[in-house]
Design a protein around this ligand. Sequence first.
Ligand code: AMP
Length: 402
Amino acid sequence: MTPVLIVLNAGSSSLKFQVYDMFDGMEPRLVWKGFYEGLGGAVHFIVKDTGGTPLDEMTWSSGDGIGHEEALMHLISWLRSHQENRKLAAIGHRVVHGGGAFAAPTLIDEAVIQELEKLVPLAPLHQPHNLEPIKIVQRRLPGMPQVACFDTGFHQTQSDIASLFALPRDMRERGVRRYGFHGLSYDYIASVLKDYDPRLAEGRVIVAHLGNGASLCALNDGTSIATTMGFSALDGLPMGTRCGAIDAGVVFYMLREMKLSPEEAERMLYTKSGLLGVSGISNDMRTLRSKAATNADAKRAIDMFVYRITREIGSLVAALGGLDGLVFTAGIGENDVATRAEVIAGLAWAGLTIDEAANRTGGPRISAGSGPTAWVIPTNEELVIARQTRSVLDAVQAKLAS
Ligand code: AMP
């Protein structure tokens, strides 16, 4: 029997999954991937092979009451009927916030779940949904090993100074500090840099994870030394619907002068701001690009996004003491030719020059000349979760054997 892992990435109304074979001493190997969308309403399930060919598909209407639990149990039974010589060995979960206590991937038990619940206020958009399938598996598949893999973990290498807010000392002791996110994505990019250019793997690299959530990470010799996100996933770059860094005074203005409740203010900053808020049209870059030539609001939102990315890159170049490479990843970074071109144009001062033709075809190298290089590298957060889950299981087994 080949042991397999399920990797889960749960959102408010979605459950994305990948299934990996685990062979001794080898990288986990993807077998199937898919998702459930529209959970709690009309649900669509699809599972594909590694080449992207759909193998199975199903829809339920909103009256069928398919939520996360029903979807997860459907996935388990789908696996059982398709697994042939495979046996489910563990489930690895993406968990956005590990706080100060969880620097490394962690085997889940009741006590871990309780600690992770305490971090919900720091990532209200993601953490509760990430924890949902963990609790379902505890209840419905007792004894199934589960591993939490954190978006914050990769940034634990940052110095005390880089992670400090200029607040009174006891705030730091309470855990109010910069954590950073998108760590699974940065971990993946750091692990493959050597395949693109060995010098880059050891050099000063800025990775731009530009998706619906967006952040930048400064890598020195493959480790994170600074990042744009902080205490929560609200900080740094403007995003699809999140505001990114704003003056904290704005929040007091919203509460005191506008009389918004904390929940209303939170909702505005997380779900009504960013590209959506500025454009008043959409959080989706494809929609904004399609309108930008004729619609000033769409253009303004994109211009702000590019401006802020370029400005924050300047800050990270200073933190790194120079720049050897810039990597674009995630939905916008991997696909939006114009955003890459505009960001690179704004970095001419740092010696970056675009290779227009390579940029149009997605590189991977999209820079010309002898300055810092620029790259497009597709991220793979699920593979990092599979690797981390596997390493936790191996460590548990080694402990049992000793
Ligand atoms: P992610 O959160 O990584 O899935 O990224 C979502 C973002 O990527 C959305 O703003 C999409 O509009 C954007 N995106 C995806 N594909 C493209 C594309 N072909 N061109 C421009 N933007 C894209």
